[in-house]
Ligand binder design. Structure first.
Ligand SMILES: CC(=O)N[C@H]1[C@@H](OP(=O)(O)OP(=O)(O)OC[C@H]2O[C@@H](n3ccc(=O)[nH]c3=O)[C@H](O)[C@@H]2O)O[C@H](CO)[C@@H](O)[C@@H]1O
Length: 357
């Protein structure tokens, strides 16, 4: 009988793309693969069309850090989600659950524990997110991406594995990227990505500085859902809400990147040797995890960092020019970083943690 793995994780693409990297590996190994996510979230968009995956949507509540009327309804949604996850897991009978975090993962982890299924959680950021903090006592093992996380997560369950990157990202072609973007070979290309959901602050800064930027560069701008501005039609400037299949080619064609400091994105740019200007999400809007991610990359010599509080048109153009000048030196530093074996290490850990039947 085939082994069975159940994945969970969602809310933003950063809580899904690691699962997207692992799923084909388990399909190839002959495992049955199921996924529990939300009914309408990005995970349902990114996963439910993968043929070999049995996708189940459950009721979810968001773990907010701010006051909202929804905070009173969400405990009921979460309890409903736990009941749905528990019942599904009883039926699916997975040998192991792999959780990438995000609020949808909490009911799934609780449902797995109630069914006595071993749970592996994966933390992408330096400090654990709220969902993973709740999941930690229930988990069998915890995989972490940054070595520094072991200091924040004082648990013998934690193992440093590094970043899990989708294979397809490594096979992009710069010339395919150029032709997809309808760009020329004459000017360098900046890829702007304000996280998987987009960033209004970064979008506005780019658009205000477009005349100056386009003198020197071509700009491909991933703006986030609903944030493309159709009134801007300029040569050498392309906007997208989100890029799916063409992302490997687009990244391959880019010379430098301007991005938030979401863990998956920055490790992907590191693996693909793309020097980065990081503008981390501020502490006012988050637990400050992206600031720590960014500082770690700056210290390692992979990135320039500009804090949101210090973001002005002048500081942005200055940091961008410094990055562009340091480009070759940064690429040399990036070339010394090798994480090509992380995915195999994680697969082995999952296989060793799964129940034996
Ligand atoms: C606002 C917020 O809560 N952000 C968090 C979220 O970020 P976010 O969801 O932005 O996640 P990441 O930057 O880590 O990853 C985004 C993923 O989406 C992919 N992608 C993105 C754009 C696109 O057009 N196409 C595409 O495929 C990227 O290649 C990457 O694999 O999860 C990260 C990982 O836990 C955290 O570090 C971030 O702090």
């Amino acid at each position: 009988m085939s082994k069975r793995i159940l994945f969970t994780g969602g809310g933003s693409a950063g809580h899904v793309t690691v699962n997207v990297a692992l799923i084909p590996k388990f399909v190839k190994l002959g495992w049955d693969v199921s996924y529990i996510g939300s009914i309408k979230g990005i995970e349902s968009e990114l996963i439910s069309n993968i043929e070999s995956v049995d996708y189940h949507g459950i009721s979810t509540g968001k773990l907010r850090r701010y006051m909202s009327i929804e905070n009173f309804k969400d405990p009921f949604r979460i309890v409903k989600g736990v009941f749905e996850a528990y019942t599904l897991i009883r039926k699916i009978k997975p040998d192991v659950v792999f959780s990438k975090g995000g609020f949808v993962s909490v009911p799934v982890v609780i449902g797995a524990k109630l069914n006595n299924v071993p749970i592996i959680i994966h933390e992408s950021d330096i400090t654990p997110g709220l969902a993973n903090k709740i999941a930690l006592p229930l988990a069998t093992k915890v995989c972490v991406t940054f070595p520094e996380t072991l200091d924040h997560m004082k648990s013998d369950k934690a193992t440093y594995v590094g970043a899990i990157i989708r294979d397809e990202l490594r096979s992009g072609g710069a010339s395919q990227g150029l032709s997809h973007l309808q760009f020329e070979n004459s000017k360098p290309i900046i890829l702007v990505m304000g996280g998987s959901l987009g960033s209004k602050k970064i979008n506005d800064t780019i658009r205000r500085n477009l005349p100056t930027l386009l003198d020197q560069f071509q700009v491909v701008h991933i703006c986030g859902k609903g944030q493309v501005d159709d009134s801007i039609q300029l040569n050498g400037y392309q906007q997208y809400e989100y890029i799916h299949d063409e992302l490997p080619d687009v990244i391959a064609s880019a010379d430098i990147v301007v991005t938030r400091a979401g863990s998956n994105s920055i490790f992907e740019f590191l693996a693909l040797h793309k020097p980065m200007l990081l503008i981390p999400l501020s502490k006012a809007a988050s637990r400050g995890d992206q600031i720590l991610n960014a500082q770690s990359f700056e210290k390692a010599g992979y990135a320039e960092v500009l804090l949101e509080e210090e973001l002005t048109d002048e500081s942005f153009m200055l940091s961008l020019n410094i990055l562009f000048t340091r480009k070759s030196q940064i690429i040399d530093t990036m070339a010394k970083h090798d994480q090509s074996n992380t995915i195999n290490q994680v697969i082995e850990l999952i296989q060793n943690t799964a129940r034996t039947r």
